[in-house]
Design a protein around this ligand. Structure first.
Ligand SMILES: [Zn+2]
Length: 345
């Protein structure tokens, strides 16, 4: 198995500049989405393994209770991601705009800095498994603004399609990536779409945790005889969650409505055996230190008495972000992981 650790945060620092500038707006959006989430019925079974959840939360963030699954270790938000919730959050135009880069120069920068390394990792894992990535058909599920599809094309992988439920995102993706490769799918037909997908590789980058029926989706992947590989990037119950808990005035990038559940090392292992997946490659790199850097920087700059410290903080902390994050990644405590699975039948 191919195992990789770390990735420089310099590229992402350029892309995520708005997180520093727009903390208050992002926090307000998260707070209003949290309100919608906690008004949904209680989630009583684990989103990943369907085990009954304990009644008492482990912790509460912006009024949302969270609890760890006693069987698989998945961290669960304790309310359901109902149709009403998903429509309010994922089909909201501000969601698409938040993740879309307006002009084509910024779009290409984001494609190169964030998505091309993912394509290269996938290609390396497939090559180590004896397959050339450009000989396979790729389907990017939940393709959003089309960045991953664009990066596949840049890498010479021509047989690729993007699929997404948001008309605004599809329209934007097809404007940015040539060839009308992104296609609209119905939110209510995600499972049947996957079961009938005519592709060899299915990628879900930051997607599985947003789906209402992840168990049915994983089952559909297993039941589609054409699919050979699954490429996932999932958010983890990493160190960043602790940072988010101790900085109440900072926009929580990881918790709250974006992620109604988070994976752990043990829940990934549970998923692997339950859905007959074999791990062929994993790349551990998180943005926990970037989150800490941002949380401290924004907190310092918000108060009169500490505003003068921000330059010194940047000077001291920036060179430390990569080496400190690498230590976290190597301990598998990071905020996310990329995994390539072979689907066994
Ligand atoms: Zn579970």
């Amino acid at each position: 198995m191919l195992r990789r650790y770390g990735k420089s945060a310099e590229g992402i620092l350029g892309v995520r500049q708005n997180f520093f500038d727009e903390n208050a707006a992002a926090l307000a959006l998260a707070t209003s989405q949290a309100k919608i989430y906690v008004s949904q019925p209680r989630r009583t079974y684990c989103k990943l393994c369907d085990q009954q959840l304990p009644e008492r939360p482990d912790f509460i963030k912006l009024s949302i209770p969270y609890v760890s699954c006693p069987r698989c270790g998945q961290l669960n938000g304790m309310h359901e991601d109902t149709d009403a919730f998903c429509e309010a959050v994922y089909l909201d135009d501000s969601y698409a705009i938040y993740y879309g880069s307006a002009d084509s120069e910024r779009y290409q920068y984001r494609t190169n800095a964030i998505y091309r390394p993912k394509v290269d990792f996938l290609s390396d894992v497939l090559a180590a498994d004896g397959v050339q990535a450009n000989t396979l058909r790729h389907a990017d599920f939940g393709s959003g603004s089309g960045y991953f599809v664009g990066a596949l094309l840049d890498a010479g992988i021509d047989r690729c399609t993007g699929l997404d439920v948001s008309p605004a995102q599809i329209e934007f993706a097809n404007r940015m990536v040539p060839g009308n490769r992104s296609k609209l799918i119905d939110l209510n037909e995600t499972v049947s779409t996957i079961r009938e997908l005519d592709a060899d590789v299915i990628s879900m980058i930051g997607v599985l945790e947003h789906l209402q029926t992840p168990r049915a989706v994983l089952g559909a992947i297993r039941d589609n005889p054409r699919l050979q590989y699954l490429f996932l990037c999932v958010p983890l119950y990493g160190l960043c969650v602790f940072f988010e808990m101790i900085f109440p005035h900072i926009h929580p990038r990881h918790l709250v409505t974006d992620h109604t559940h988070l994976f752990t090392k043990t829940s990934l292992t549970w998923m692997e055996s339950a859905y007959r997946l074999t791990r062929r490659g994993e790349w551990w790199f998180g943005s926990d230190m970037l989150d800490l850097y941002r949380a401290v920087l924004v907190t310092l700059s918000e108060q009169e008495g500490t505003r003068g410290m921000t330059d010194q903080w940047v000077q001291r902390m920036r060179p430390l972000i990569d080496p400190m994050q690498l230590a976290i990644d190597q301990q598998h405590l990071a905020s996310e992981v990329h995994v390539v699975f072979r689907i066994e039948r």
